[in-house]
Design a protein around this ligand. Sequence first.
Ligand code: ZN
Length: 240
Amino acid sequence: MNYNRYIDNRNKPLIDYIIKNKFCIKVIHSHKGTWTFHLKGSLIVIGVKQSKYPISCFTHELLHAEIQIRGYKKLKYGKSSLFPNADLVTIMDALDQELQHHKMFQRFIELGFPSNEFYHDNDIEVLSKLDKFLKNGHHDLLSVLLRYFTVIAPGGAIESERLDFYKEQLKTINNNAFRERLNVIDEIFIQWTKSESLDAESYIKNYFNNIGRPSKTWFGYGTPNEFPNNGFFVDEVFSL
Ligand SMILES: [Zn+2]
């Protein structure tokens, strides 16, 4: 699919940067509920959806490409004594996305895009999910951490005052049981956003050590059989 319709002079520098670094962009129809991004070798695959602001959505995905070309290493694989594997993958993917989004959002604004178009059209739907969770949810640490990503996400159509309200609601759950940990998470993202570096390892370590310590936790950038070389330990060093 030709992607010219998704390009204007705001995101043209991104396309030029990607092409200059010898990456190819392939555009397909997304079969998921949202736009998608996938990078394999030098091929970038972007899944597109209907949108009121398709150029902004396309730019969001290009920014995932740019940050990874510039050196951000995506977390691909993890092991941890803190969570069963399926839960670990869920939280690892959410953290990885959020770390990228916090850096990408600054670029999105610099390129001249409006803050409220940073996510696909339906990002406002998360509020009803949060209401439902606060009312009926099972409020263990993992489920609160996952909801917390949605309220600290930068940009989007939801006003910051409303997000602050939900942030506070999540902090008061179970008589403030998770407040201190959530405050630490706020600080981790403030520092990460301020930093010039795209090396997220120390932030990821802080994030997981804040959840539970000691732990045997390791994240990899490649495949499971590259343990322990292509990745890093969060806390204790261990063998399999
Ligand atoms: Zn994204």
